[in-house]
Unconditional design. Structure first.
Length: 241
């Protein structure tokens, strides 16, 4: 029994269509995700270091590795860092990473490089250049991150992702303008200061782990301290008797 023959399909190339496809207006693609910054407004806009951390995590890598792979080869304002990538750990703690949020040459260079990599045009709003212009940049920003525990608690209850507002990076800002509570620089669990640029591939360590730890810090921590204090007093009483 003979099988039915299938008609042959001939695909003819249309030179005109092929040329139109080649010249189609295909938008350029960014090397890194064009991650949208949080809260671009004068008071609660995200800081550039916070954006850099989230960008690393969005790619599933350590933010410090992102700095080494994508930013260091192009940095010119800090040649010592480009020539010694191993110093990125010191840099990420108290070695100058916070200046990414400031007004100096390094902040401008960081914005320029991240704009090129993400193809976003609004990243200049994540530094103090958009706030206070050309004032002297020394001593305007902190050396380590600070945060409001109540803000983190509220964002967690609302299901919002954590970020670090640029406002918290200012040396002169010691109180949260929303809650009128003092900003803290130390983790409530380990009592250590946190790095500016995280070294883990997720949020299990660093300033964002504080967001996971605080829960409802104002209420819970105070109650916990009272319970711990009462239990210690009880233990002392047992020892004395």
């Amino acid at each position: 029994m003979k099988k039915a023959a299938h008609p042959a399909v001939v695909v003819r190339k249309d030179p005109e269509s092929h040329r139109m496809l080649q010249t189609a207006d295909i938008p350029p693609r960014s090397r890194l995700y064009g991650l949208e910054p949080y809260q671009i407004n004068p008071l609660w806009s995200e800081s550039l270091s916070s954006y850099l951390n989230r960008l690393g995590w969005a790619h599933g890598i350590s933010p410090r590795d992102l700095v080494v792979q994508e930013l260091l080869p192009s940095f010119t304002s800090k040649p010592w860092l480009r020539s010694s990538p191993g110093l990125v750990t010191v840099f990420s703690r108290k070695g100058g990473a916070m200046s990414l949020n400031g007004m100096g040459t390094f902040a401008l260079e960081g914005v320029t490089l991240l704009k090129q990599l993400t193809m976003r045009s609004d990243l200049h709003l994540l530094t103090l250049h958009s706030w206070i212009g050309n004032l002297p940049h020394s001593r305007n920003v902190r050396t380590v991150p600070a945060w409001c525990e109540r803000c983190y608690a509220e964002w967690r209850e609302q299901g919002s992702s954590p970020y670090q507002p640029l406002l918290w990076m200012l040396q002169v800002v010691t109180l949260c303008p929303r809650h009128k509570r003092r900003l803290t620089e130390r983790c409530p669990q380990c009592q250590k200061q946190q790095s500016v640029i995280a070294h883990r591939q997720d949020k299990t360590r660093g300033v964002y782990s504080v967001w996971a730890l605080v829960g409802n810090p104002i209420k819970d921590n105070s109650r916990t301290r009272r319970r711990q204090g009462n239990s210690r007093l009880a233990e002392l009483g047992d020892v004395r008797t």
